[in-house]
Design a protein around this ligand. Structure first.
Ligand SMILES: CC(C)(COP(=O)(O)OP(=O)(O)OC[C@H]1O[C@@H](n2cnc3c(N)ncnc32)[C@H](O)[C@@H]1OP(=O)(O)O)[C@@H](O)C(=O)NCCC(=O)NCCS
Length: 147
């Protein structure tokens, strides 16, 4: 798997960007009956957009939103449904954390869907909130120090 899997940081002008939006819609939004507005996407322009390619196909993505000089929020983590459970999501987060450290960030925070909490725990994230509802489903805030 690993030699065929490649990650990169793209800009919203990249030709891969529409595929990233399509993946996010399919995996994260349409199953909840939700869409993106142009305002949602405009608000993300300053985020870091990370995508994963398997044999040249865009199959995974996430966003990193700077909250402060040292803290990033990880959002919109998605892996193509036919490829979930094979380590791609974990590899992508390891890539995102290394990128974040290089950029000088020392803390990652995220809102995890309840059933995905064990996935982030295995990657070293800890629950730091009560259970709450976001985009119609239960979530927990999780954090990890990047030191
Ligand atoms: C959550 C997700 C990003 C993980 O990526 P992945 O490549 O499937 O994960 P990995 O193969 O690296 O890790 C596997 C672990 O992730 C979790 N996992 C994988 N697929 C899952 C799914 N469909 N639902 C819930 N958890 C899942 C499991 O804990 C799994 O552990 P196991 O193999 O021991 O059962 C991916 O499954 C996904 O896109 N899910 C749907 C969207 C989503 O929930 N995004 C996260 C929002 S917070």
């Amino acid at each position: 798997m690993s030699e065929m899997l490649r990650f990169e940081v793209i800009s919203p002008e990249s030709e891969s960007y529409p595929q990233m939006i399509d993946l996010r819609l399919r995996i994260l939004r349409l199953p909840l009956g939700l869409d993106f507005s142009p305002e949602d996407l405009e608000a993300e322009r300053g985020n870091f957009h990370i995508v994963g390619y398997l044999k040249g196909q865009l199959v995974a993505c996430l966003l990193l939103c700077p909250l402060s000089e040292r803290c990033l929020k990880m959002r919109q983590v998605a892996v193509d449904s036919s490829l979930q459970g094979q380590g791609i999501g974990s590899d992508m987060i390891v890539f995102a954390e290394a990128f974040s450290r290089e950029k000088g960030f020392s803390k990652m925070t995220l809102n995890a869907r309840e059933r995905v909490v064990p996935f982030y725990e295995r990657l070293g994230y800890q629950v730091v909130s009560e259970r709450f509802i976001e985009v119609t489903i239960p979530h927990f805030t999780m954090q990890k120090s990047l030191h």
